[in-house]
Design a protein around this ligand. Sequence first.
Ligand code: PEP
Length: 252
Amino acid sequence: MSARRVLIAGNWKMNCLSADAKALAGGLADKMKAAGAVNFEMLVCPPAVLIPTAVDAVAGSAIKVGGQDCHMNAKGAHTGDTAAAQLKDAGCGYVIVGHSERRTDHGESDEVVKAKAAAAQTNGLVAVICIGETEAQRDAGKTLDVNGTQIAGSVPDGSTAANTVIAYEPVWAIGTGRTPTSAEVQDVHAFIRGELAKKIGADEAAKTRILYGGSMNPKNAKELLALADVDGGLIGGASLKVEDFWAVAESV
Ligand code: PEP
């Protein structure tokens, strides 16, 4: 059995007002407290402005809070951005970097994602580094090439299992209701672990959690989470309802 502790992470994206955030994070905290000892770690990643609300709502439970992005620089003239130190100061333990929506909407390259991940790690946050191929790349048979290149380019040198999580999110599976087959997911995750080993060494790679993301839901979670190299999920749509997100976690 793997020593890697399964991480169930919710990416709320640009959803929720403060009342929703309070109800969602608070509802999960109630479930967590009632459950007692669980065999997974739970993380919620609200929009930056709702982080304090979520931090308050999960207080007293084991649920962690994370950001959805951070700037690569420590501070200064970057209007609209959030520094990793500010996320840490607000109560975050994690931050997602390089989500495909940021890579697309904000033109973030592997180099930028790597710098953001390094900023996160330097400030005591765990960087959840997202990678994944587009549908066109998949159709062209480039899935492994693309993910290998993204691991090589987006993961900072010297990353460790303690400060890094990889999220494999096929872009074509995000929010579409479509997923790769379980065999495909396992193959890509095993490949990613191998590429990670080249970058950070076999020991750290073996301990690093690799999440699957892309239309994970209460129906398909059990099968996906049972795969040997799948160490949790990064969940968008199904993380916005207490019952759905908790059901995903319970299928660990
Ligand atoms: C995501 O955006 O990280 C994601 C996986 O979304 P969804 O679960 O909605 O596909």
